[in-house]
Design a binder for this molecule. Structure first.
Ligand code: NIG
Ligand code: FE
Length: 389
């Protein structure tokens, strides 16, 4: 690699044959013996700028409550909204940076991150500001998604008119402000009891009108038809999709919408089901994998952990899983030309996994298989520890 990009890819022998003796003076050499080099992982779905924790809900679910029941009883997204509204920018920045640090140690070199725990203009902007400050100079590259349509805030509940006012506020005020602040995507939680199909469409179209690219939480808890909506609005990605129906999957295939699957969330919420990943692959949909890192439905920064559930739970092969957390994940966030594979001209984001074959990415489960990370040509994790500049 030269500078931030990959200059050439091949074996030591090929390199010497083509370029003469190696290494040259000043070269940094990584010893990969006994390890497997992979493209830096891309996490295309996270909610990392949040404050507060919901470990009590984890235990409630073990005692038999569902995610929806906990939300209806005042827990869920709105409790994180309350904590995030109260957190000073510095605290939110610090929390977000710690999450980026853990992602990096687990091999993630690029991620998407959403707002959606503000649900009002100042807090949605504060989340974006925290994300910007946390990622400034950080090895993990970040692209931001505006998600004011994550829930209906408590102060806008009680009547259809109040909810409609919030949808209008998202469209007319919050999304334009977040677009101006540097968000690239617009997202919405399209779900029974949250935002319906037509409300979701309105929010996504309003985002498009201010230059944001659409993606959405679709068919996560009920078969509402979000997959089809994703195809209709030209979304880059539809995410979750546990309840996606065959016609929605075919519509996604036809429109080229990436399916970003989050099997960690299925396990965490004890859903007893996964997205129909094999049907999606068979239909020709590009499948990506993300952590969904958030305090309510999937608290992990580890894509290798998600890879374990993708293989064991959804039946993806190791090769499909690797593609899903690299090249297809990059496609999910519009970065496939720049990231997701080890090719000359792409970003020099490389991960070394402990073990001489790809299987070691998931085979040694429950531990972090990543030993070394190069991000934009710089060695940033060595021997499973951060390299401090
Ligand atoms: O992707 N589905 C909506 N949003 C998140 C959950 C957020 C939360 O519970 O705080 C998700 O699962
Ligand atoms: Fe999510």
């Amino acid at each position: 690699m030269e500078g931030e990009d990959i200059a050439w890819v091949g074996t030591d022998e090929e390199y010497v044959r083509l370029h003469g003796e190696a290494p040259r003076q000043g070269d940094v050499v990584l010893d990969g013996r006994g390890k497997t080099a992979l493209p830096g992982f891309v996490d295309p779905h996270t909610h990392i700028p949040w404050a507060g924790y919901r470990e009590n809900e984890f235990n409630e679910r073990l005692k038999g409550k569902s995610y929806a029941e906990i939300a209806a009883a005042g827990g869920g997204i709105v409790s994180t909204v309350d904590a995030t509204r109260r957190a000073p920018l510095e605290e939110l920045t610090h929390l977000t940076r710690a999450r980026l640090d853990r992602m990096l140690l687990h091999g993630t070199t690029f991620c998407e991150a959403k707002t959606g725990y503000g649900l009002d203009l100042p807090t949605e902007r504060k989340q974006l500001a925290a994300l910007k400050a946390a990622s400034d100079g950080h090895p993990v590259g970040v692209v931001a998604t505006a998600l004011p349509g994550h829930e209906v805030p408590l102060e806008r509940r009680g009547s259809e008119a109040l909810k409609a006012r919030y949808v209008a506020e998202c469209c007319d005020e919050i999304l334009p402000a977040l677009a101006a602040d540097g968000a690239r995507f617009v997202d919405v939680f399209c779900e029974h009891g949250v935002f319906g199909l037509e409300e979701s469409r309105r929010i996504l179209e309003a985002g498009k009108a201010c230059g944001l690219l659409p993606r959405l939480h679709a068919d996560e808890l009920t078969p509402l038809g979000g997959a089809r909506l994703a195809a209709e609005v030209g979304a880059l990605s539809a995410d979750h999709l546990l309840f996606a129906q065959p016609e929605g999957i075919h519509a996604m295939a036809k429109a080229g919408v990436v399916a970003t699957l989050l099997p960690g969330t299925s396990v965490f919420l004890r859903m007893n089901r996964y997205a129909p990943a094999r049907e999606m692959v068979a239909a020709g949909v590009a499948v990506a994998l993300g952590t969904d890192c958030n305090p309510g439905s999937s608290y992990t920064e580890s894509l290798p952990a998600v890879a374990f559930f993708a293989t064991i739970g959804m039946g993806l092969t190791i090769e499909e899983t690797l593609t899903a957390m690299t090249l297809n994940a990059a496609a999910s966030v519009g970065e496939a030309a720049r990231r997701g594979s080890l090719e000359p001209g792409k970003a020099a984001d490389v991960v070394l996994v402990d073990g001489r074959s790809l299987e070691h990415l998931v085979y040694h489960y429950g531990v972090n298989p990543v030993t070394d990370v190069v991000a934009a040509g710089r060695l940033v994790v060595s021997g499973a520890r951060p390299v401090t500049a």
